[in-house]
Each structure stands twice: as C-alpha cells, then as structure tokens.
Write a protein that binds this ligand. Structure first.
Ligand code: NAD
Ligand code: ZN
Length: 396
C-alpha cells in the first residue's frame, strides 16, 4: 500500500510499504477513508520528538471502514464505518476502567519509568513515534487498530465523514480541555490557539455554559473562524497586549478558565513583559536565550492573566522539561492546573449526539481535501498556515 513516511526533519515522502496484518486477537484492519493532519504532527515533523525513526508512518486522526478483524473483536463488523480515537486504550487496565484511556497501562509496550519521568510515556498513539508504542499511522490506505472494541466507534447515520473524522482527536481534545476547566455558567473562558483543537475548545466551552469565550491567535482566518463559527470574541496577540486586553475585558479580574491549545512550539509573538519573573526580563535582553526564555510563552501568559483561584487547562502538547515556569505566581494565585492527552473514548458517544443535534459541527475545520500522494505539500501548507488552511484531510 501507499503511506506517508517520515524520513527526517521536514522530510515526508509517500512510499510503498507492506499492508498491515492482524497481529493480535483484538486487532482490526481499517481501510482509511479520510485522515487529517493535526498540530501534534508538527512536533514530530519538526524533529521535537526524538523517538521517530526513518520510515515511520504518521497520522492519527482518521475515519474508515472495518475490513478485517481478529477473533476477539465482538462489537464491530466488516463494513462498519468507524472513527478511531488517536490514543489507544486497552479497555481493561485500571486506568481504562476509570475512563483515563490516555494513561492506559497496556497500549504502550515500552513503559520505561525513566521515560515517564520526562513525560514520554503514556498510552500508545497512532503514528507518534516509538516512545508512544511505535504504531503505524493513518496517512495510508490501511491501518491496524489494536483493542479495536475499545478504540473504534461506529459513526451514526446522521453524521457525515467530514464531521466524524475530527471526532478522532480535535473534537474530544477541545471538549476535554473545556471539561477540565470545570466551567460554570457565567464563566469567561480564554483559549490560546485557534487551530482545530482551540476551535473545538471554544465551542465546547459555550456548550458547558460559558458566558464569554475569547480566542487568541494571530492567523486572520483562524480568528475569523473563531468569531463566525465558534461564536467567540477574539484577540490578535501580534497586535494587542494580551494581558492588558484580557484584564480590560474582565473588569480587571482575568478569565475564570484559561485553555492552552498551542503547546510547546508556541510562537512567542509579542508576549507581555508585565508581571513576568525578573529572570525573564533579564533573559529577554539576551538574544541568544530568546527562544528558551520564550518557550513556555503561552503557559506564562495564562498564569499571568488567569483570575486568582482560576483554572488552567492544558491540552497543547509539551515534552521534556520546561524552564522559567513562574511557580510562585501560580502558587500564590491559588491556580488549579489540569492537563493531559485526550481520553476520547470517554466522550465519543456524547460528541456524536451533539453533532446529530446540530449544536456542534466540526466540519468547518476541514478546509482542504487532498489525495494522499499530495500529503507532503499538504503538511507544508498546514505548517505555514497558508491558503486559509485549518486542517487538510487526505483521502487515500
Ligand atoms: P494548530 O497548529 O493547527 O494550531 C495551533 C495554533 O496556535 C495556531 O493557529 C497558532 O497560530 C497558534 N499559536 C501559536 N503561538 C501562539 C501564541 N503565543 N498565542 C496564541 N496562539 C498561538 O494545532 P491544533 O491541531 O489545533 O493543536 C493544538 C495543540 O494541541 C498542539 O500542541 C497539539 O499537539 C495539541 N493536541 C493535543 C492533544 C491532546 O490529546 N492533548 C490532541 C491533539 C492536539
Ligand atoms: Zn488500558
């Protein structure tokens, strides 16, 4: 079959690779119908995840048809139209039984404790390198899904492929971001990052009772989508001081819930220097340290801006160590931190109900549908945020 393989930093190629086969009794083989890019792939492509190997197939947000299944798969049939949650749960371990699927004990075959200490080891993730189980990804004609009864979900009749594909990842991640904020009616929620995940977080925040949602980005079409599609107010961080603006919008108190839908490669843009730790101001003067000191730009801005006693919900992905983290401010403001990889299996049923009812429609995230052969160019467009690209989806 054909598949999109990573061959080194920024080197993606469509290659011929062997078809996947059933390896375990709970496996299914899915013929991929649609497979989307995700902001998480940019961390891989850029070489920020050191456990990628040349030839690895990437992609983890997909929809398709069950074409083969192992003898222990009982809830699916050949021909079923399904989505698969990006992060793999076994369905049986302590964490899966507590609906913490992305903390599964059994889906990542190399759960080394020293790796866990640095944040490399959770559950297995499709197409996400060897620290996450080494599973082949979905930018391919076929994909093997382990523990298929737990991870595949039949798509209801009334939901289109273009809506359903994002229920793999962007929708549950955004929904979980809002859920972790424990939003109360009347809350003001600020969301950093208006990509697919941020868009779904904004929409979900309204579903959970937020009175005002403020989306922050600098890409004009994404800010426009946040307004028109998610119903949010927006701030362009390249034009305004986010700290001043958020405080002005909340009577000086700050948002009740701050959501990070950006992650570790945040564009530092023009972050405020007000209220930053003294070392930061010092580092800011040193050009050589600029990147390091700006790295957790979004996290620091959220700690600065959030109201006292508020909640930070982090779904943007981080790896390794984070420096210049203002622990003192976080402690003294009594902030609550919630974070994690999505537990999509917990939310899929509810999300399909929302989509069928019409109060959530993720289809607008799909701005481009391309052939798999054009995937390298598709990623380039997505990375550069060119041509109003929010998410490009490949149809093998
Ligand atoms: P994306 O790349 O499409 O969007 C990220 C957006 O953040 C971009 O529009 C960018 O302009 C904006 N941005 C960059 N720097 C910023 C800053 N300083 N302030 C405000 N906005 C800024 O990515 P996506 O697909 O929406 O994913 C967003 C994040 O969520 C990524 O880190 C991704 O890895 C992560 N993610 C996490 C999970 C999970 O399970 N936790 C699942 C999927 C994606
Ligand atoms: Zn498990």
């Amino acid at each position: 079959m054909r598949a999109l393989c990573w061959n080194g930093v920024n080197d993606l190629r469509v290659e011929r690779v062997p078809d996947p086969t059933i390896l375990g009794p709970q496996d299914a083989i899915i013929k991929v119908g649609l497979s989307s890019v995700c902001g998480s792939d940019l961390h891989l492509i850029g070489g920020h995840v050191p456990t990628m190997r040349a030839g690895d197939i990437i992609g983890h947000e997909f929809l398709g048809e069950v074409v083969e299944k192992g003898p222990e798969v009982t809830r699916l049939n050949r021909g079923d139209r399904v989505i698969t949650v990006s992060i793999i749960g076994c369905g049986k371990c302590w964490h899966c039984r507590h609906e913490e699927f992305s903390l599964c004990d059994n889906s990542n075959p190399q759960p080394a404790f020293e790796e866990a200490a640095y944040g490399h080891c959770t559950a297995g993730i499709f197409g996400y390198s060897h620290a996450f189980g080494g599973y082949a990804g979905s930018h391919a004609e076929y994909i093997r899904v382990p523990f298929a009864d737990t991870n595949c979900f039949r798509v209801p009749e009334g939901v289109t492929d273009e809506q359903a594909v994002f229920v793999s990842d962007a929708v549950p991640t955004g929904y979980m971001a809002a859920d972790m904020g424990s939003i109360k009616p009347g809350d003001v929620v600020a969301v950093w990052g208006c990509g697919g995940v941020g868009q779904m977080a904004m929409k979900s925040a309204f579903l959970m009772g937020a009175e005002r949602v403020i989306g922050i980005d600098r890409v004009p079409d994404r800010l426009r989508a946040a307004q028109m599609k998610a119903g949010a107010e927006t701030l362009d961080y390249s034009r305004v001081d986010i700290y001043d603006a958020l405080l002005a919008m909340t009577g000086g108190r700050g948002p009740d819930v701050c959501i990070d839908a950006v992650g570790m490669e945040a564009d530092s843009g023009a972050p405020s220097t007000k209220g930053l730790a003294i070392e930061d101001l010092y580092d800011r003067g040193k050009q050589a340290l600029r990147l390091e000191s700006d790295r957790p730009a979004v996290l620091r801005q959220m700690i600065q801006c959030c109201r006292k006693g508020g909640t930070l919900s982090i779904v943007g992905v981080y790896g390794g160590l984070i420096d210049k983290f203002p622990m003192g401010a976080a402690m003294n403001k009594a902030l609550t931190f919630r974070m994690g990889q999505q537990h999509g299996q917990r939310y899929v049923k509810r999300l399909f109900e929302h989509i069928e009812k019409g109060d959530l429609d993720p289809a607008y995230l799909l701005t481009h549908k391309w052939a798999l052969d054009d995937a390298p160019q598709g990623y380039r467009m997505f990375k550069e945020k060119a041509d109003d690209c929010m998410r490009v989806v490949f149809a093998p």
